[in-house]
Unconditional design. Structure first.
Length: 368
């Protein structure tokens, strides 16, 4: 059936994938413009890094070019390069691991437990293993069939809890539905909970004057990106969309710890667009492809898109491509900075897992 003009228009409006040319034009450009959020002149990043330097190249337009306001903003948007920052972080971790190995002979160890045969989980676990190898972390992997029992998983956790070579334990989520996720996450000893999912860790994250042993990797990665791109958080209005235990809720707690004023939008929020439009900083962690449209975004806002959603794409060899929760194509016309999907928060999650594993090995061995 031939598409009617209306259907075609709808298709166009909903095509929110990052257009490669726009993304390339936007990349590495300085943040200017009247609406942008102020960027800090100095930052306190986690790993004593050399900050990513922004290459300041102004776009050159011929005098005959017609530049609309939207196009001009698009050219000034900074794409937050999670892949590059994650690589910098991994290099810093690698140097620290070498220093620790050389001085006390300890190599950090990370154990990953995967239950079932979800393809996406298998991919993440493979990526984590690769990242561990390059960073100099020893990885221990257990893959159990979907029909394993809770007791089997608990037994592996207990063995890893007692193993002095293992400094971090990660149970890949989601677990099969017949398992009690809370019981299993609770079984990981808090000193090795590099995911930061243990209720005690979350409780400490929520309390003033307390410090959690580990900060959950994805929210920690989001904040690290804001720091390394000098985005001022203190005093800003932040909106987190999503309130899951592993992303939305800890992300909101972290932003609050950084002195932002935080609102949380969830599935029962009646006016999500209105609330989100107030925000200087948006963290979207929903799992709904392209949900956040351009009209939801205040001009100059900074957007961290956590969503990883596979959408069908026959032109892609995998048969699908990944898109975020934010309609990228529209957002780059309004925002001052944005993370792409892929290449934004995802690589940072893995880098922060390595960081937490190193932190754990240092703490257990009292290595400064
Ligand atoms: N980049 C990375 O490293 C990672 C990416 N992800 C991705 O992030 C996304 C979120 O993951 P996760 O937090 O685990 O997902 P969950 O499904 O656990 O949580 C989704 C949250 O979004 C809220 N929500 C659902 N629909 C709406 C809506 N229409 N409007 C507003 N809020 C809504 C839910 O609200 P309610 O609480 O009311 O149900 C819930 O709090 C996914 O795409 C996931 O793949 C996840 C982990 C790591
Ligand atoms: N215990 C536990 N801890 C987790 O941290 C955890 C989990 N379970 N279950 C699933 C989610 C999801 N998650 C991702 C990690 C990396 C990418 C990542 O590297 N993504 C790449 C793309 C990868 C691709 O192309 O498939 C990117 O965004 O550039 C994505 C998602 C961790 N999670």
């Amino acid at each position: 059936m031939a598409s009617s003009p209306i259907t075609m228009m709808k298709m166009k409006l909903n095509n929110c994938s990052p257009p490669s040319t726009a993304a390339a034009a936007a990349r590495f450009l300085p943040l200017l413009g009247p609406h942008q959020i102020r960027f800090r002149s100095s930052v306190a990043p986690l790993y004593n890094p050399s900050f990513p330097r922004t290459i300041i190249t102004r776009p050159t337009f011929s005098s005959s070019s017609i530049i609309t306001a939207a196009m001009a903003n698009e050219a000034l948007v900074k794409v937050i390069d999670g892949k590059k920052v994650a690589k910098d972080v991994r290099d810093e971790i690698n140097a620290e691991i070498t220093r620790m190995k050389d001085s006390i002979g300890v190599v950090p160890g990370l154990a990953v437990i995967l239950v079932g045969d979800r393809k996406d989980s298998a991919t993440y676990v493979r990526n984590k293993k690769k990242a561990c190898e390059t960073a100099g972390i020893k990885s221990y992997e257990v893959c159990l069939p979907e029909n394993s029992t809770e007791e089997e998983v608990l037994k592996y956790i207990s063995d890893f809890n007692d193993d002095p070579m293992v400094h971090g334990i990660l149970v890949q989520l989601p677990l099969p539905s017949h398992m009690d996720e809370e019981k299993i996450l609770h079984a990981v000893c808090i000193e090795k909970d590099v995911d930061g999912f243990h209720p005690l860790n979350i409780g400490q994250l929520a309390m003033r004057g307390r410090e959690p042993l580990f900060i959950p990797c994805t929210p920690k990665g989001c904040i690290e990106l804001l720091h390394r791109y000098n985005v001022e958080i203190k005093g800003k209005k932040a909106v987190v969309i999503g309130r899951s235990n592993i992303v939305g809720m800890p992300a909101a707690l972290l932003l609050q710890r950084e002195d932002a004023t935080v609102s949380i939008v969830h599935s029962r929020t009646t006016n999500p667009e209105e609330i989100t439009r107030e925000a200087d900083i948006i963290i979207a962690a929903v799992g709904k492809p392209n949900m956040v449209r351009g009209s939801w975004i205040k001009p100059g806002a900074v957007i961290i898109d956590v969503g990883i959603n596979p959408v069908e794409d026959a032109t892609n060899p995998r048969g699908y491509r990944l898109v975020g929760d934010v309609c990228y194509e529209e957002a780059i016309k309004v925002a001052s900075a944005i993370t792409p999907v892929p290449g934004g928060v995802g690589p940072m999650t893995i880098a922060m897992l390595l960081s937490n594993t190193l932190l754990s090995a240092k703490r257990i061995n009292n290595f400064k």
